[in-house]
Write a protein that binds this ligand. Structure first.
Ligand SMILES: Nc1ncnc2c1ncn2[C@@H]1O[C@H](COP(=O)(O)OP(=O)(O)O)[C@@H](O)[C@H]1O
Ligand SMILES: [Mg+2]
Length: 335
């Protein structure tokens, strides 16, 4: 299938941020608590060279000595044979977002190999897995940021189901109601907080509705309301993330794609971000697909969790069940 939309690649934009976030995590996270010490001690026997040390798993900001390669190898070893029937069983009724047999990647490089996904309307799905597993690539594929070689992405159910595989990113938002929450770069630094919120609505050419939606957001989030006349560039990192996520409310999408909403944030902002996401799902009825390195927060939040490794789903289950899964616990939750 023809390559589409290779522009607007957010991964490169996020690189410096991710790096500085993990640097933060490292400098803060000496293994002082018992749980952290245990995690450090949980070095797999016979592991090879430990390059590319992992940080940021579990509660986020925890430094471990398990390398990406080790995590990948261990997950591959315990990978269950996840069938489409297993994925269907996690969704009540028809799926609202459905990915079938997707092969996708960058240029000629295939990252996702026959990937399948199912999430119901108003459900949330969290993707976890080691760095480089292909989590962001899934979100990019859904939003039209990378190359799709084969397979299908269907959004909607019943008579409204439509194949969005070949839509451009702007068509995805306007025609299929899919929004991708970009980090950092999506906020216009020289505009005020309220102008930034209104911009979300301009994407849909409905400025009046955008203004009304902005007022609802200010009613709900006093922290943003206090800053409404301030330029976005003076916001703290946490406030900016709140702005990015609440802009999604103004776009009024059906499906939200969220990549690592908690990365680099202080705990109180992490809680606020998850509160907004909770509101988006349960208050506004959005369907959410997120990637979260803070596996505990992500799985506590989401109805469904997939553990991704090397471009395939190794384990799939209800978020609660994955939290109790001992392997998931050992590799991703610091337990
Ligand atoms: N723009 C890109 N061009 C080429 N390869 C990329 C690009 N973005 C990511 N990749 C590669 O795709 C693989 C999966 O990356 P990604 O989906 O970002 O992983 P994750 O989000 O799980 O950490 C990695 O091997 C990564 O190097
Ligand atoms: Mg990623």
């Amino acid at each position: 299938m023809a390559a589409r939309q290779t522009t607007k690649k957010p991964a490169s934009k996020r690189t410096s941020r991710s790096r500085s976030a993990s640097k933060n995590a490292k400098s803060k996270a000496k293994p002082t608590t018992a749980a952290q010490k245990k995690k450090v001690a949980a070095k797999p026997a016979g592991g090879g060279a430990r390059k590319r040390q992992v940080s940021g798993y579990g509660a986020g900001g925890v430094d471990t000595v398990i390398s990406v390669e080790d995590v990948t190898r261990q997950i591959e070893a315990i990978a269950e044979k996840v069938s489409i029937a297993d994925l269907d069983a996690l969704v009540p009724g028809d799926p609202y977002v459905r990915i079938d047999d997707l092969k996708a990647g960058y240029g000629k490089m295939e990252i996702l190999h026959n990937f399948n996904l199912r999430v119901g309307r108003k459900q949330s799905l969290c993707l976890i897995g080691p760095n480089g597993a292909g989590k962001s690539t899934i979100l990019h594929a859904i939003f039209g940021f990378n190359d799709i070689f084969s397979g299908q992405i269907i959004v909607g159910s019943g008579a409204d189901a439509r194949d969005v595989t070949k839509l451009s990113s702007s068509q995805k938002l306007k025609q299929a109601g899919i929004a991708y929450i970009l980090q950092d770069k999506s906020v216009f630094p020289g505009m005020t907080v309220e102008e930034n919120l209104w911009m979300g609505g301009y994407l849909k050419d409905q400025p009046e509705r955008a203004k009304e939606a902005a007022e609802r957001i200010f009613d709900k989030y006093p922290r943003l309301a206090a800053r409404r006349k301030h330029l976005a560039k003076v916001l703290s990192g946490g406030e900016r993330r709140l702005l990015e996520i609440s802009r999604a409310l103004v776009m009024e999408p059906e499906v939200l794609l969220v990549d690592e909403p908690s990365i680099g944030l202080e705990p109180r902002f992490i809680d606020m971000v998850f509160e907004i996401l909770h509101d988006l799902q349960h208050g506004e009825g959005k369907t959410i697909i997120m990637v979260e390195q803070n596996a505990k927060k992500g799985l506590e939040f989401a109805d469904i969790g997939y553990v991704l490794v090397s471009g395939v789903v190794a384990i799939a289950g209800k978020g609660d069940d994955l939290l109790k899964n001992p392997e998931v616990g050992r590799l991703f939750l610091g337990g």
